[in-house]
Write a protein that binds this ligand. Structure first.
Ligand code: LUZ
Ligand code: MOS
Length: 752
């Protein structure tokens, strides 16, 4: 089945926030944001701006009736700065005017004096100065201190990854409409409607029941709208509360890039020990996460780094520690993978370092350390592993041996071009790491004409979740998909939602939908049995026809629904699903936090121009664990998109803040994202089918985040190509591998 949105997307008919018809009298926002990364606000002068054309009102924190506090996990972030700004782009004043243009031009007329304070942009410096968001955490298994003596080879090093701009095509935005009795309806481009509802209520000083958040779809989220869509929704709601008129705000691209947080950059240290058979005996890693100026989701992101710090390898002795470091950058936030990729890069760097020193290929180390079922992660969960199955299938079906031979021959014959190959196995835990978030609800109405309307907590952001939910209902009712509609995500219909995140949205909301539909179906079978003088166990509904003991009857779905309606049978159901059997004890840092894991192996081949440092990602081949895919097109799309986004993070996307905390890569002219030309010539995704014990929706495993981590293979393939040219080069692990860095590495000094 195709994505239900594909035709309307193609025709430009899909409705996004900015497509909503605006009501008469709507006003528009702009933000005056901090031009300096850390400073006391000495004198804020709004007088000229207030007289600017079209300006209705300029709000500061003084206008907030509730709390000036938007922190989600920790209450440490002001909506509008009071006395101090602590990152460039921090909102100070909200300008509301009759047009966006007038609001923005008034913002430029605000004058403010600042008294500069010291600026920290480096996480290690922040850690040394004691600036931490939360106390450090350590996950461990076995005893690394004792294990080093058992190791034949020990290697140490440092590995850094940079941030990543979400670059959702639809920028952040919201539209707030004041209703009677202080209620407000907010249309928001958010992954977390309940987060918007909860925190707007806090800032406005009203109850959550006064706030209706409605989301039709997003033009991309990637984590950037899990927490950080809230700010803009509150800005609109705050103005609507005071002015009693609808207020709208869509950030332009530069505002969005400047004011919102990104993927967390990490700087990390590692130490790895292997025995003579290349088994990893011991591993230590220390992660310094650059959280930015407030917690946002950083503690949870840091936690997932620890969960994924050993990737897909069984390591009997591992100790991993993470620090969430407070710096003067915009608060960094969720981004596809949620800290997992940052953790996985470091163990891959450790393996690459060991392989180079031992004069072998990294895949020899990777292969003999893959987890097998029953092996334990450093957080205590025993794995049901598809790691070896995916790896072996990839090696055979994609003919690794032959490819390595071709590449070796090419490198022997060519001086000015070099090829590199790398394998990247992945393992990603599915479930929110906060156990309490793993639940969802669905509301299913069957209307008296036999059509069906479904509401869930899932937000469609292009990932195809609505299509999957529709498939669930269509399958259970055996109903034509045209008779089913997935409605907007709305906090009046579905309450207390978890954000659409953690790759778990289709699992959680799909299971709730499945439960609601199954309850309705049971009820309908009783009605059908009465109509046909039989018992409900003998009834089946197939393609909108009622069957008794496999024999088709004259009764149609529509007739059955009408009959049920006339009998005053309840044709609506609301179901709640909570993932069973998951738990985590953070006092011991042990438990069983994930419903299951997703596995896979990718093979990357690249070619470098050794004169220019330019390169091509030639071929990418992936064996990806899908369980039993319920929608091949959507799952393939998620894999392809994730892989290209991962390649972008690892090779070309370079978020640059200067020492003063100013974003230099602040536009698409200075920040390069993958385009159609960056897509590898060959991008082969094959699906590996695996058992799932019914924790995935219809046994179709989660697919949203895992593929981004394949992209790490691009980094190591480039590294291998460089080493083919300059075998003794002393190379740092410092992603992204931009052409500049590749060029410098090709001619890097050799080790002494
Ligand atoms: N968001 C979250 C996530 O709040 N918790 C998680 O564990 C998570 N994992 C991945 C992506 N978003
Ligand atoms: Mo996400 S990083 O699943 O919002």
């Amino acid at each position: 089945m195709k994505n239900i949105d594909s035709i309307s997307h193609l025709q430009g008919k899909s409705i996004y926030l900015d497509d909503l018809p605006t009501m008469q009298g709507t006003l528009y926002c702009a933000i005056y944001d901090a031009p300096i990364a850390h400073a006391k606000i000495k004198n804020l002068d709004l007088s000229i701006a207030e007289k600017s054309e079209g300006v209705v009102k300029i709000f500061t924190y003084k206008d907030i009736k509730g709390a000036n506090q938007i922190g989600g996990i920790i209450l440490d972030e002001q909506l509008l700065a009071e006395d101090v700004v602590d990152f460039c782009g921090m909102p100070i004043a909200l300008i509301v005017a009759n047009t966006s243009e007038n609001a923005r031009s008034a913002a430029k007329k605000i004058k403010c004096e600042f008294e500069a304070l010291p600026i920290i942009t480096d996480p290690r410096e922040a850690m040394q100065k004691g600036k931490l968001i939360i106390p450090p955490r350590t996950f461990k298994i076995g005893n690394t201190d004792d294990a080093w003596t058992l190791c034949e080879h020990i290697f140490e090093g440092k590995a850094d990854t940079n941030g990543q701009e979400h670059l959702y095509i639809e920028t952040q935005g919201a539209y707030a409409i004041p209703l009677e009795n202080e209620s407000i309806r907010i249309y928001s481009s958010t992954q977390g409607p309940t987060a918007v509802q909860r925190i707007t209520a806090r800032v406005l000083g009203i109850g959550m029941h006064q706030i209706e958040v409605d989301v039709t779809r997003l033009g991309g989220g990637f984590g950037g709208k899990e927490d950080q869509a809230t700010t803009w929704a509150i800005m609109c709601a705050l103005a609507a509360q005071h002015l009693k008129v609808p207020v709208k705000f869509s950030l332009d691209r530069l505002e969005d890039m400047r004011m919102t947080g990104k993927r967390h950059p990490y700087s990390s240290d590692f130490k790895i020990g292997l025995d003579k058979n290349l088994k990893i005996i011991a591993y230590e890693a220390t992660f310094y996460q650059n959280a930015g100026a407030a917690a946002d989701l950083s503690p949870a992101v840091m936690e997932r780094t620890l969960f994924h710090s050993t990737n897909t390898y069984f390591i009997p002795n591992a100790t991993c520690t993470a620090y969430s470091c407070k710096t003067n950058l915009p608060p960094n936030t969720a981004f596809r993978g949620f800290g997992g990729p940052q953790g996985m890069f470091v163990i891959e760097a450790a393996i690459a370092k060991a392989a180079a020193a031992l004069g072998i290929d990294a895949y020899e180390i990777q292969q003999c350390n893959l987890m097998k079922t029953g092996d334990e992660f450093l957080y205590g969960q025993k794995v049901e592993s598809e790691a070896i199955a995916c790896w072996e299938k990839a090696v055979v079906q994609f003919e690794l041996k032959k490819r390595v031979e071709i590449i070796n021959n090419f490198n022997k014959e060519n001086q000015l071009f070099k090829k590199g190959i790398a394998l990247m196995p992945i393992c990603f835990g599915i479930s929110f790491t906060k156990t309490l978030m793993n639940n969802a609800r669905a509301l299913v109405h069957i209307y008296s004409d036999g059509t069906v309307g479904i509401s869930t907590g899932a937000v469609e952001m292009g990932q195809g979740v609505n299509t999957k939910i529709l498939q669930v209902a269509a399958k259970i009712f055996s109903l034509n998909t045209h008779k089913i509609k997935i409605n907007s995500t709305n906090t009046y219909r579905i309450a207390n939602t978890s954000p659409s995140a953690a790759s778990a949205t289709a699992d959680l909301n799909g299971r709730a939908t499945q439960m609601a539909c199954e309850q309705l179906l049971e009820r309908l079978k009783i009605v059908a049995a009465e109509m046909l003088n039989t018992v409900s166990e003998k009834i089946e509904i197939i393609n909108e026809k009622i069957f008794v003991e496999n024999k088709e009857t004259e009764i149609t779905w529509e007739q059955l629904i009408l009959a049920a309606f006339l009998k005053r049978i309840n044709l609506s159901e609301h179901a709640h699903y909570a993932t069973p059997d998951i738990h985590f004890d953070s006092s011991k840092e042990k438990g069983h936090p994930f419903a299951y894991h997703v596995f896979g192996t990718s093979i990357f081949e690249v070619t470098i121009d050794c004169i220019r440092g330019t390169y091509r990602i030639d071929d990418v081949r992936v064996m990806h664990d899908v369980g039993k895919s319920m929608n091949h097109l959507i799952d393939r799309g998620q894999c392809e998109g994730g892989i290209v986004q991962g390649i972008g993070w690892m090779t070309m996307e370079e978020v640059i803040y200067d020492k003063n905390g100013k974003l230099r890569s602040n536009a698409l002219s200075t920040y390069k994202v993958p385009d159609i030309y960056s897509v590898p010539k060959v991008l082969d995704v094959l699906f590996h089918e695996s058992p799932t014990k019914n924790l995935a929706i219809l046994n179709s495993k989660a697919v949203g985040e895992p593929p981004i981590m394949y992209g790490i293979g691009a980094y190591f393939a480039l590294r291998n190509a460089i080493l083919a040219f300059n075998p003794k080069a002393d190379l740092a692990f410092d992603a992204p591998f931009t052409p500049e860095k590749v060029l410098l590495a090709l001619y890097a000094k050799t080790k002494v």
